[in-house]
Design a binder for this molecule. Sequence first.
Ligand code: FE2
Length: 249
Amino acid sequence: MGASVYEPINVYKPLAPDIGIVDGPFEYLTVGGIRLPLPFTTRMTVVRLSNGDLFLHSPIKFDERLANQVRGLGTPRHLVSPNQFHYAHIGEWARAFPETVAWASPRVRRRARARRVDVDFARDLNASAPDEWRAEIDQLLFPGGYFKEFIFFHKPSRSLILTDTIINIELDKISEPWRTATKLTGMYHPYGQIFFGMRLPLRFQQRKAKAAIGKIYSWQPQRIVLSHGRCFYEDADEVIRRIFGAPPH
Ligand SMILES: [Fe+2]
């Protein structure tokens, strides 16, 4: 079996009131200008704020029909790049929805410029949530060196929204040799793990890691949404304990 996406793609799938996901098409990683033949799936998370504004986390490739569906959910307002690797389609959404604000992650402007991706980030994400969404979404900067990312928590639905911090690839959705390679990293369903590039930097930033993990515990998430692989819709507390360890003191 070849690689497969999370069908149906480009449609909103509600998870709870005011939050849902949209599975996207395959993307390919480009390293040093070379496109790797490894297809991976992408996912965007949509949160509807109480004022009707929409928070689009890690927007997937723009699609006109999807944009119409999104328009029916609320007013697209915040286009969020949670880390420097997730930003490529924000410009497309910003051009379709000029009233949106693009929020930058650390180093993303530099990365976009180097790759000649046309995107204009107006605001920077910060260690604490901005007034625009703090009543409903909390956030923190998860340490991981080069791979650090902002992670979010939708309070009403108790959903933890991660990008690359945890990867949980379903092996039967990818083909060889990538299946074996993924298996070796341990980042596969149901054993999803912290992205391997983050693990060493985390060990050198134990104080920051402890604070971040403590905050994740304090949120008491009920579900964990990921950008790559299968989300954890149940037993989020057990998954958090397995992946991040016991709550820090
Ligand atoms: Fe990613």
